[in-house]
Design a protein. Structure first.
Length: 283
């Protein structure tokens, strides 16, 4: 949902095209200014390109003028999930064949409890020093499908656990994060360039998120909203199945693990894709 606030039409002064003055004295850019800005604009991922200001403005104008929207057939859930996880993030040009002599610096994939070293990797360098922090795995499409299939197979068993069992596993995740807080904070500082005190706080918040997600399980699965004797209105909460979580680069632990822990608490299974700029701490 987008909330748009605009001044009345009379507030704008008449001006030549490309030089429309606003009430604050600012002027909209000319065509040359817009072209220069567009030429220098570099998206960091498909999502950014899809939500650029010019795209949003065009969509709003079409809606305001009553333009007919094209109807798009909604893809099945699995196709939508795979499409989201395989959307280009601008990092493909950095992918190289895995370097055999750097095994200790390679981060693996984790699929169905199995550690997998990929054939291709990409380098993760510290933005502060430029030094190599580690090699991140480049998953193939087949490995992505393997992860989704594994999550799908596990979803029934996970959703079938008692609430107390799921809460206990989430609490164990929180304990594991706290146990490894210092090395994880150091790793995140190295790959993101953020101060160490910030990354320590982020990891502590992430651990608290796992515990908070466990407390969600105190909510009743089924709730009667109304009943008049002849009929009942019941709210029933059920898992949706496999959930895709795509973590951003700037706070990968909190913003990656918070939706993951909430989805797990609700009985879903998760395929987690880290940001290519800061993948190592998440992995």
């Amino acid at each position: 949902h987008v909330a748009v606030s605009s001044p009345p039409l009379g507030a704008f002064q008449a001006s030549p095209p490309g030089r429309c003055a606003s009430p604050g004295g600012q002027r909209t850019p000319s065509a040359a200014d817009a072209a220069a800005r567009k030429a220098s604009w570099r998206p960091c991922g498909a999502a950014v390109a899809a939500t650029g200001a010019h795209v949003l403005a065009s969509a709003l104008l079409r809606a305001l003028h009553g333009a007919r929207r094209r109807r798009r057939r909604r893809r099945p859930p699995r196709q939508r999930l795979l499409a989201a996880l395989t959307a280009t993030d601008g990092w493909d040009e950095e992918v190289v064949e895995a370097e055999p002599g750097m095994l200790s610096q390679r981060a693996p994939l984790l699929i169905e409890g199995e550690i997998i070293l990929t054939e291709k990797t990409f380098r993760v360098n510290s933005p502060a020093t430029g030094n190599l922090v580690g090699l991140a795995p480049q998953a193939s499409f087949a490995q992505l499908e393997q992860a989704v299939d594994a999550a799908d197979r596990a979803s029934g068993r996970w959703a079938g656990l008692r609430h107390s069992q799921r809460a206990a596993k989430l609490a164990a995740c929180a304990a594991k994060l706290r146990e490894n807080l210092e090395p994880l904070a150091t790793l995140q500082t190295n790959e993101s360039g953020r101060p160490i005190h910030e990354t320590r706080i982020e990891l502590m918040v992430a651990a608290a998120n796992f515990e908070a997600a466990g407390r969600l399980l105190n909510i009743e699965v089924e709730e009667e909203l109304s009943s008049d004797g002849a009929k009942r209105v019941v709210l029933r909460r059920t898992p949706v199945g496999v959930v895709a979580v795509i973590a951003p680069w700037n706070a990968p632990i909190v913003l990656g693990w918070k939706p993951t822990s909430s989805a797990l608490a609700c009985g879903n299974t998760v395929v987690l894709k880290p940001a290519p700029q800061t993948p190592l701490t998440t992995l």
